[in-house]
Design a protein. Structure first.
Ligand code: DGP
Length: 118
């Protein structure tokens, strides 16, 4: 039987079927460098479990989202971004710029970031 996770790019990275510069892994989360960085620091934090986007996170999984945010904060700190600041971006849906349909939080920093975003 096939599942959406089978062909999912980020599921394949999580399963280490595809290479990535891995920053963190535990039982639930995975963090890795973005392959097309938009800032000097640009990494992604994802749940290992496959959800296509924020729209697919069921009620009751708030803890997972909180865990991702706090892990993003920890890694940003390890990268020396805590003082200067960083931005966490969650593109949801095609018009928002989501191109990989496995929920992922971008963490960007290391340069001034404009507002409003693109
Ligand atoms: P989004 O457009 O929000 O869905 O962001 C997808 C991000 O994923 C984009 O910044 C580029 C990154 N990305 C796409 N393919 C790969 C890959 O194979 N490896 C890594 N490390 N990042 C990827």
């Amino acid at each position: 039987m096939t599942s959406p996770a089978d062909g999912c790019l980020f599921c394949r990275i999580v399963r280490r079927e595809l290479p990535a510069r891995v920053l963190f892994e535990d039982g639930r989360l995975f963090a890795f460098e973005d392959v097309r960085p938009q800032a000097p620091a640009h990494f992604l934090v994802v749940p290992k479990e496959h959800f296509a986007s924020l729209a697919d996170i069921p009620a009751g999984r708030e803890g997972l989202l909180g865990e991702i945010l706090l892990r993003a904060r920890t890694i940003a700190g390890e990268k020396g971004l805590a003082g200067s600041g960083y931005r966490i971006v969650l593109n949801t849906g095609a018009e928002a710029g989501q191109s990989v349909f496995h929920i992922h939080f971008h963490v960007l920093g290391g340069r001034p970031l404009g507002w409003p975003p693109g």
